[in-house]
Design a protein around this ligand. Structure first.
Ligand code: CBH
Ligand code: ZN
Length: 410
């Protein structure tokens, strides 16, 4: 079955049934060698357009309905932060290249195109509303010109910054649906605002779709969105829809800043990757919780999105992604070895507890919890590169934290 494309509008599609998002671009493209870990900025849209285009194609083929222009962290202050050179391409250059790429591959397939903005270094450094909203508007100029189908404001640890972004986008692009997504857990944002309340604040700021992305595994993100749903509904916003784009890594042990605090972030997270069967379970639970925009963030590869599409195929009018698993591994019936053929069932894969092959690794890790955020000198951002002195300060702080721990444990 082809993608059901009768309805053009994003919000109308959400009213009708589940809408599948795409996966994580910075993580997927870093692994392929096109994005630099650290800044995580999207200059690949200019430097390696073919790589970005191919990833959009693969997410679409896996069943994504919404493709997000690869403009993550493309605010001017972030492109130039700490000696980063991506600023030379300019915000407009990057965003236009991203729009050209995503429109070319998405529209022929009947998908929708999202523009995107995300947290800015200016917020944690200044908490100056006018300055932060000016950064947002610079990025939106291109999205407005390109008439994107929706905007995704994503990846905020502070609900206050998300509210400012939503207000700015709504004001600058009236009529364009706006999604607002925080990277917080089931408890609070990093200022201690309860997660459910954060949802209400975003609704008041004018967001049409509200939810969570990144930082935590699918099941912790589900718990967080459920809290938002409860509070937003209780506050009387009955037209608001909900979204979820979690990590593809299991993070039961992650603390306040999610996977960033895990010692494995960002280069050794592989043992935590969710299986496609865990993704199917996640998609089902999200749909049953009433969430209609369901996708992925860091760690999600196209086959994870395919698992979501397959799970929700009936709810999407029988749409089947290309090269699906055909009934939980029915294809394995064609294997030459009988013990592999015997794995051709839903039951087998649903009940499997996969081994990690690492007899000395533990299931949980100990998080870095430095307890500092906006306002602390080590958190302030600037254009100069991180010099030896600044690096030394961070290492000294690390040592102090370790000593505190020795005292506490003594
Ligand atoms: O890449 C994407 O798909 C974006 N839509 C979301 C990225 S989530 C954030 C990753 C950056 C982490 C960091 O700053 O260390
Ligand atoms: Zn992410």
């Amino acid at each position: 079955m082809p993608r059901a494309t009768g309805v053009r509008g994003f919000l109308e599609r959400l009213d009708r049934g589940p809408v599948i998002g795409d996966g994580g671009f910075v993580f997927a493209l870093e692994k392929r060698g096109y994005v630099e870990a650290g800044p995580w900025t999207p200059e690949a849209v200019i430097e390696h357009p073919e790589a970005v285009k191919q990833l959009h194609r693969e997410f679409l083929r896996a069943g994504a309905d919404v493709c997000q222009a690869f403009t993550f962290y493309a605010s001017e202050d972030k492109l130039k932060n700490r000696g980063h050179s991506a600023g030379s391409h300019g915000v407009k250059g990057i965003n236009q290249a991203a729009c050209d790429i995503v429109k070319e591959v998405t529209y022929p397939e009947g998908g929708l195109v999202a523009g995107g903005v995300s947290q800015t270094p200016s917020y944690i450094t200044t908490r100056d509303k006018a300055l932060v909203q000016a950064e947002v508007r610079k990025q939106c100029e291109i999205f407005k010109k390109n008439e994107v189908d929706l905007m995704i404001c994503e990846y905020y640890e502070h609900v206050e910054e998300a509210e400012w972004h939503v207000e700015a986008v709504k004001d600058f692009m009236p009529g364009t649906p706006v999604c607002a997504s925080l990277c917080i857990n089931e408890d609070t944002d990093v200022h201690g605002v309860p997660t459910g309340e954060c949802g209400v604040k975003l609704a008041r700021a004018g967001a049409d779709v509200i939810g969570i992305n990144c930082h935590y595994d699918p099941f912790r993100c589900l718990d967080a969105v459920k809290k938002m749903i409860k509070n937003v509904k209780a506050a009387g916003f009955d037209k608001v829809h909900f979204m979820i784009q979690p990590l593809a890594f299991m993070t039961p042990d992650a603390s306040v800043q999610g996977f960033i605090d895990l010692p494995e972030f960002p280069f050794a997270l592989e043992p935590r990757i969710c299986t496609r069967f865990e993704m199917q379970r996640y998609a089902r639970e999200a749909y049953e919780a009433g969430i209609r925009f369901i996708g992925g963030c860091c760690g999600f590869e196209p086959y994870h999105i395919r698992a979501l599409s397959e799970e929700l195929s009936a709810e999407r009018g029988g749409f089947e992604p290309a090269s699906g698993m055909i009934g939980w591994g029915k294809c394995l019936e064609k294997h030459t070895k009988p013990w592999v053929r015997a794995r051709a069932s839903k039951e087998y894969w649903q009940n499997l507890k996969p081994g990690t092959g690492r007899p000395h690794s533990s299931s949980f890790s100990k998080c870095d919890q430095w307890g500092i955020t906006a306002g602390h000198e080590l958190m302030s951002q600037h254009e100069e590169a991180t010099g030896d002195e600044a690096l030394k300060k961070a290492l000294e702080f690390k040592k102090r934290m370790e000593n505190v721990e020795i005292i506490i444990n003594a």
